[in-house]
Design a protein around this ligand. Structure first.
Ligand code: AMP
Length: 400
């Protein structure tokens, strides 16, 4: 299939200064990287460009500094990256100006240099043209390997793509390929599972999905809003009763688009919101007025199981219940393990993303068994909402 964006297959990087936008926003504890997953993900792109004789100049933001702030420096992250890739990573104390220019000027082919936090300059987030021009002076081409920052039109995530020949890095390419198979050109039937706390944060996402998927499972707290809108008494459960009209509109839109909406048919109801709170399953006509729905019930779990069996492609965001608290993780764990089994049996393409969803799949021990798990929070959600991502769009526009 012809790609709609350019990749490292389309450019000879030998001898070139490659401005490589990566995600170095790793969790830190006491000045040390506590989870190197993001560094491991970008290692192949860095290794490939360096191995082919390109000069790898890493650009990234870290945290949300207001101006220069030593506690938000990328220096310790660069040191951790060197350990992950097993190669030296030089560091420059600024991402523009003389300091950066001298560091880049000293590079040999194959060298790797990390520039300081782009957000030390407020012009980064403003996508300021003069700042973009300063960055562009340091490179011959721009490679974007940071899908997780692609929903932002910042200087290093988007602006550079208008100034320099632009390419997707291998991590970005893998993510775009996986997401493309899930929603853009999927194998049907496609099922989406959407859960989580609230409808209000996912209205755009639900409206987009009903036009693209064949079946939409709604679980978690947000299902209560839909059930309430349909006249079900949900007791003391989390529900956004003021969004009843929105819920009904989404159901109507799904009907028009021939998308089956699969709502819970029973629920695990507890007396209060706490781990191991006394609980039992109820049918929807019998939810106690003082009860709280904290998970989908056994019949709902069986329906979701069957819906996964009927699907060729699954897209998942949001837990089906309050999965952080036992036993209200059950619906989410059962669905996650079943989707993983179907994927391993080559019956399902499964793509999941979002912070809580990744945590839930890790808890189920199945992250490695899904076809693709995206760790990009905001960018993944905006992709599910069907919004164009500036950092991806710019890759389509410009090449060598
Ligand atoms: P989100 O960030 O919107 O995906 O929401 C995830 C959160 O929704 C998790 O912390 C879950 O504990 C919570 N959640 C899921 N189902 C329920 C429910 N029935 N009642 C209250 N919270 C829930």
């Amino acid at each position: 299939m012809k790609k709609s964006f350019r990749t490292l297959d389309d450019v000879d990087v030998k001898g070139k200064r490659v401005l490589l936008r990566v995600d170095l926003n790793v969790p830190m504890e006491d000045g040390h990287v506590s989870d190197a997953t993001r560094l491991e993900r970008i290692a192949p792109t860095i290794g490939e460009i360096s191995g082919k004789g390109g000069k790898v100049i890493l650009l990234a933001h870290f945290g949300r500094p207001k101006g220069r702030d030593p506690s938000q420096s990328l220096k310790p992250v660069a040191a951790a990256l060197a350990l992950v890739i097993g190669k030296p990573v030089a560091f420059a104390e600024d991402c523009v100006g003389d300091v950066a220019a001298r560091a880049v000027g000293a590079m040999q082919d194959g060298d790797i240099l990390c520039l300081e936090n782009t957000r030390f300059h407020k012009e980064e987030e403003k996508n300021d043209p003069a700042f973009v021009a300063e960055l562009a002076k340091l490179g011959d081409i721009w490679v974007n390997d940071a899908f997780s920052a692609a929903h932002r039109a910042h200087a290093s995530t988007e602006g550079l793509g208008h100034k320099l020949p632009a390419y997707a890095g291998r991590t970005m390419q893998t993510e775009l390929d996986a997401l493309g198979k899930a929603l853009d050109a999927p194998t049907h039937p496609v099922i989406a599972i959407v859960g989580g706390a609230k409808v209000s944060s996912k209205i755009d996402l639900l409206e987009n999905l009903v036009t693209k998927v064949d079946a939409l499972v709604i679980g978690g707290g947000m299902a209560n809003t839909f059930l309430h809108a349909q006249g079900v008494g949900v007791g003391k459960s989390l529900a956004e009763k003021d969004l009843a009209a929105t819920a009904l509109r989404i159901i109507a839109k799904a009907e028009t688009a021939n998308c089956a909406i699969i709502l819970p048919v029973d629920a695990i109801v507890a007396t209060h919101f706490a781990a191991n709170a006394p609980s039992r399953a109820y049918g929807l006509d019998a939810i106690p007025a003082d009860g709280m729905i904290l998970d989908v019930g056994p019949q709902s779990t069986a329906r979701i199981h069957a819906a996964i069996d009927d699907a060729a492609t699954l897209v998942w965001n949001g837990p089906l219940g309050a999965f952080e608290m036992s036993p209200f993780d059950r619906g989410t764990m059962v669905a996650a393990r079943h989707a993983a089994e179907r994927t391993k049996a080559n019956k399902l393409i499964s793509v999941a993303g979002g912070g809580d969803t990744v945590a839930a799949l890790n808890q189920a021990g199945v992250s490695g068994d899904f076809s693709y798990v995206s760790t990009a929070g905001g960018a993944f959600l905006e992709w599910m909402e069907g919004k164009p991502l500036p950092g991806v769009e710019v890759l389509k526009a410009k090449g060598a």
